[in-house]
Every structure is written in C-alpha cells, then in structure tokens.
Design a protein around this ligand. Structure first.
Ligand SMILES: Cc1cc2nc3c(=O)[nH]c(=O)nc-3n(C[C@H](O)[C@H](O)[C@H](O)COP(=O)(O)OP(=O)(O)OC[C@H]3O[C@@H](n4cnc5c(N)ncnc54)[C@H](O)[C@@H]3O)c2cc1C
Length: 392
C-alpha cells in the first residue's frame, strides 16, 4: 500500500501526524515540507520578544526528532510542485532536482501566506512579515541591529495588536496603521474596540486609523519615510506588515481542486478530488475559514480517525480565541458570518463583557475585556451552539 502523505509541517500537519499515530503506529506516513520542518507553536511568535526568546528556544523539536517521535519519513526543504490526482502522484522539487512520490491518501496542510499591500517606494521590499519561525528570526535580528526602535505596524488586527503590545513592552515606540476605523475591525463591536484601543494607548502605542500606507522610502541612516494615503507622513526604523493571511491555493489549480476563499472541503475534510484532504489555515471547511489553533486541532482529530478507517466528520464546538495583549487582555468568540446580532454589554472596573445575541435570543458570540470578564469564559462558551454539530 502507498503511504499517506502530509504536505506541510505547521501545526496542522504535525497535529494530524500525532493524532494519527495514536491510532495507527505502523502505517507508512510521509511529511513533505518546503521549510526545515522544525516543530514550533506559531502563536508564541507574537509574544516572544518580551521574554527575550531566541528562535532556538521557541523551536520544540527539529525534523530528525519529529521523525523518530512520529515514526514518519520527513522530507525537508522539498516543495510539492504538482499533484497528479488520477495517478495519485506528487511531483516534488528539492535542490532544483525533480522527484515523484505516490500516495494512497494526500493531506494538504499548506497554510496561508501573508497578504501584501500594493505599496510604492524603494523601501517596500524591506517590510517584514512574521508568519514562521524563520520570519521571526529575521525580524528579531533586524530589531536588535536597530538603535532607534521606532516600529510601524501595518494592520491593527489580532496579530498586529499582539506584536504592538510585545514591541511596546520591549521599549519600542509603536505606531499601528489601519484602514478601518477601529482595531480588530471585524471581530469587535465599536464600544469594546474603543476600550481595547484605550488600553493599548495607555502603554504608549499610537494608532493611525482610517488610512493606509501609500509609499515607503529609505532615508539613509534615518530609517524610512512612510507616506499615508491621507497625505500625512511619519518616519520609522522598521516596518512590519500584519494585514492578514490568504490560504495557499497554489497546488489546487492544476489538480482541479475546488477552492473559494480556501481549499473547499466537506465536514470529512475531503476535497472534491478522491483521496485528497485539506486542513489548517489553507482549508475552508463546510464554508468556514477559521485560521486558529483550536479548529485545526478538531480537524486533525477527526481526520486522523477517517484516515484510520473510521469516517469521522469534524465537530466544531464554540471556540474562543485569546488575544495576547496584556495591556488589554481580550477573549473573543467570533459571531458566525451572516448571523444578525445585537450586543448586550456589562461594564466592570477593569473592562467589559459584551454578548452577541441573535434574533432568537441565543448567545452566538462574545468579547471579554479585562480579568473580571475573562472569568466568564467557560460559562458563556457552554451557552453558545456548536458551529458544526457532532454528527453531520
Ligand atoms: C504571529 C501569529 C500569532 C498567532 N496567534 C494565534 C493565537 O494566539 N491563537 C490561535 O488560535 N491562532 C493563532 N495564530 C494562528 C495559528 O498559528 C495558525 O492557525 C496555525 O499555526 C496554522 O498552521 P498550519 O499548519 O495550517 O499552517 P502553517 O504554519 O502556515 O504551515 C504550512 C506548512 O506548509 C508548508 N508548505 C506550503 N506549501 C508547500 C508546498 N507546496 N510543498 C511543501 N510544503 C509546503 C510550509 O512550509 C509550512 O510548513 C497565530 C498566527 C500567527 C502568524
């Protein structure tokens, strides 16, 4: 029998391998990774500076350790170039050499790529993104070289705000720029976003909202000049882009794998092509794109069972996300798209609790700002209906 092949060594790929090995210690398993396949927890990247964490301390295990731990062949620095679905075959490239491998089942865990803003100027290629341990390594090295410390972050979403808080806590001067009128635009009602913003501003973080960056130019020893779409400008030593991620769909077209915003799958994580599955940040499961850790864990558990012969649909309970901003600690249970809600808010001395109630009076999401509200997390989560029920 041909091996099961997992493409991608991120949290999705490794969690699936681990879950599968719990059920099946022997079946041949291969992981193909375009990078070094070091195992690490990506969420730690946006609060690692404050603990002065070297990238090697964030790495949990290298490919060799993972190979032994999971009894799995791991091909590092190897890119899948093409999927031949009828032949159940992959075309790979490593060191500019082509190889091929056959699979019995193929799992795409190829993640998502940072979105790039169309920015002019001779400084645009110096913009950092942090979507991998290697990106973090480069970013940290640049920060340590800079004697000035002015950091501009493009995007006041979840990841932009987390980096802002982490950088401010390590004596940087941070400015967040966002096209939206508030931070965490799509996730928070306005009144909570304002209180959250105030919490970050108290630490010295500055916000420039309702505009975007048009041009970035180098200014010799004096960093970069950043021109905004509204005509204003500012200077910075380092620019970090955190405007969002886009599922990696590059392998799908030639294989006729259906996509929408992500790789489309049903609740069994099956794509439209036989024996090809997808999970993690690249996958749009049952119409939902949820690029967070808890959903990928649910997916991995279900898919491991299916690969072991027990067809299992993914079950999504309500899954809150903790935002790692100690200056304004926030927990969000996002409201599913296309659900109409009204917000009911209770204020506390250190924050607030806002419940999203739908037209039937059911709790569909919430935001908890501050330590007092955070205590309600478990109780409230239990009241929110599952996104995908256990049996589909
Ligand atoms: C800074 C940051 C902080 C975050 N914080 C949180 C948080 O607090 N809570 C939370 O729930 N979520 C958080 N997230 C999101 C979470 O980390 C992701 O949902 C998760 O790590 C995605 O894992 P993945 O395996 O799907 O993708 P990735 O980690 O992107 O892995 C994709 C893998 O595929 C490989 N690959 C791609 N194409 C190919 C190819 N053609 N051939 C071979 N290999 C290929 C890549 O090399 C890589 O190994 C955060 C994300 C970031 C960036």
């Amino acid at each position: 029998m041909q091996p099961i092949i997992i493409v991608g060594s991120g949290m999705a790929g490794y969690t699936l391998a681990r879950e599968f090995r719990k059920l099946n210690p022997e079946q041949a398993l291969i992981m193909i990774s375009a990078d070094d396949a070091v195992n690490y927890a990506k969420p730690t990247l946006s609060n690692a500076l404050v603990g002065n964490k070297h990238p090697d301390q964030i790495a949990l295990a290298d490919a060799e350790k993972m190979r032994l731990q999971l009894n799995m062949r791991i091909e590092t620095h190897t890119r899948v170039e093409q999927i031949k679905v009828e032949e159940h075959q992959l075309i790979l490239s490593k060191d500019q050499q082509q190889q091929s491998l056959h699979y019995s089942k193929l799992i795409l865990a190829v993640g998502a790529n940072p979105i790039r803003l169309p920015i002019d100027g001779n400084g645009r290629d110096d913009i950092h993104v942090v979507n991998s341990l290697n990106d973090y390594r480069t970013f940290r090295e640049t920060l340590s070289r800079s004697d000035k410390k002015r950091v501009v972050i493009l995007g006041a979403g979840l990841i932009g705000c987390e980096f802002a808080n982490d950088l401010q806590n390590t004596a940087h001067q941070v400015t967040l720029i966002d096209f939206a009128a508030q931070p965490l635009g799509r996730l928070l009602p306005e009144h909570v976003a304002n209180a959250f913003k105030l919490g970050l501003e108290k630490t010295g973080i500055q916000f420039i909202l309702n505009t975007t960056v048009a041009q970035i130019n180098q200014q010799g020893q004096d960093g970069y000049q950043i021109r905004l779409a509204n005509g204003d400008s500012l200077t910075a030593d380092i620019v970090l882009s955190a405007i969002g991620l886009q599922p990696d769909l590059s392998l799908t077209q030639s294989a006729n794998i259906e996509v929408s915003r992500g790789i489309l799958t049903n609740p069994l994580l099956e794509t439209n092509q036989p024996d090809v599955y997808a999970l993690g940040d690249c996958a749009e499961v049952h119409g939902m794109l949820l690029p967070y850790v808890m959903p990928l864990m649910q997916q991995a558990r279900a898919l491991a069972k299916t690969l072991n012969g027990e067809q299992t649909a993914v079950h999504y309970p309500a899954m809150p996300v903790a935002v790692k901003t100690p200056a304004a600690p926030l927990t969000i249970l996002p409201v599913p798209p296309h659900v109409d809600v009204t917000w009911e808010t209770e204020s506390f001395e250190d924050g607030m609790l806002s419940k999203a109630i739908d037209t039937d009076g059911t709790l569909r999401g919430f935001v908890l700002l501050g330590a007092t509200a955070a205590k309600q997390r478990l109780v409230l989560t239990k009241l929110v209906p599952d996104l995908i029920p256990i049996a589909v």
